[in-house]
Design a protein around this ligand. Structure first.
Ligand code: MF3
Ligand code: CO
Length: 255
């Protein structure tokens, strides 16, 4: 069931989203060649705690995973697409890093992800990240009252097709509110004019995950969580939690 939020509830969600945005900004500032991935997790834990918020991923146990998620953020490096568990390994020159963070503040969830390169970037990686960001922006722009869910997926997929990038078949965005994952599912593909009618008060996370290889095939690592591309190609992830309002889409996970 899709639960629409009141303007007051959307304001509260924006506060939760701001905490997530702050954690990601702090992480992006700190991330550099030689930094341990666990340091990025520590930063998120600190920012979230300082805000009086609670990590949303830590202990989360969806049906597809063998164990509860053991960290505050997901850090997915190079051929890891999403759900990378922070480890003690250090970031290396040219690594493509995707960081996904979620938090609860006053009973409301925020969920957002960013991708960036540490050290000297490969031009192809910057193009991949740019495409995922453009896809996110296009998906958000489609989230207008009276539009349809299929418009969002279509906008995201059009950007993947333009670059010849792959997408994960079984993962996409989701409703968000009192829980991080709510109805409806927000697919990264769609047919324009089809699907759920978008109404003011709909709050969703839109999250394109692009792989440089065109087939988008992936497999889980031995940890049961980290999803790697099968072809070894690199991947980028961009995500915002947004609200559909009478005035158009509003990004909730922004500073
Ligand atoms: N943005 C991701 C999602 O919505 C974050 C989930 S990570 C998890 O699926 F650890 F919480 F599963
Ligand atoms: Co999400």
């Amino acid at each position: 069931m899709v639960e629409l939020k009141t303007p007051g509830e959307i304001d509260a969600m924006r506060e939760a989203g701001r905490v997530v945005a702050r954690a990601l900004a702090r992480i992006a500032e700190h991330a550099a060649v030689g930094v341990r991935v666990t340091e990025l997790d520590d930063i998120a834990a600190t920012v979230i705690a300082e805000a009086g918020a609670t990590p949303a991923f830590l202990g989360y146990h969806p049906a597809f995973a063998p164990t509860p998620y053991p960290a505050v953020v997901c850090v997915s490096v190079n051929d890891a697409v999403v759900h990378g568990i922070p480890g003690r390994d250090r970031l290396a020159d040219g690594d493509l890093v995707s960081v996904d963070c979620g938090a609860y503040l006053d009973g409301w969830a925020g969920d957002s992800a960013v991708s960036f390169v540490v050290g000297t970037p490969r031009p192809r990686d910057l193009e991949l990240i740019g495409a995922a960001e453009r896809a996110l922006a296009a998906g958000i722009a489609a989230a207008v009252p009276g539009g349809r869910m299929g418009d969002i997926g279509h906008a995201v997929a059009a950007e993947a097709e333009r670059g010849g990038y792959g997408m994960l078949a079984d993962f996409g965005g989701h409703g968000i509110g009192r829980r991080m994952h709510e109805d409806p599912h927000v697919a990264n593909r769609g047919r324009p004019g089809r699907g759920l009618v978008l109404r003011p008060g709909l709050t969703i996370a839109i999250e394109p995950m692009f792989t440089a290889g065109g087939d988008g095939r992936y497999r889980a690592a031995a940890d049961g969580w980290t999803l790697h591309t099968v072809d070894g190609s690199r991947a980028a992830h961009a995500e915002h939690s947004i609200a559909v309002t009478a005035d158009g889409p509003v990004i909730l996970t922004r500073l």
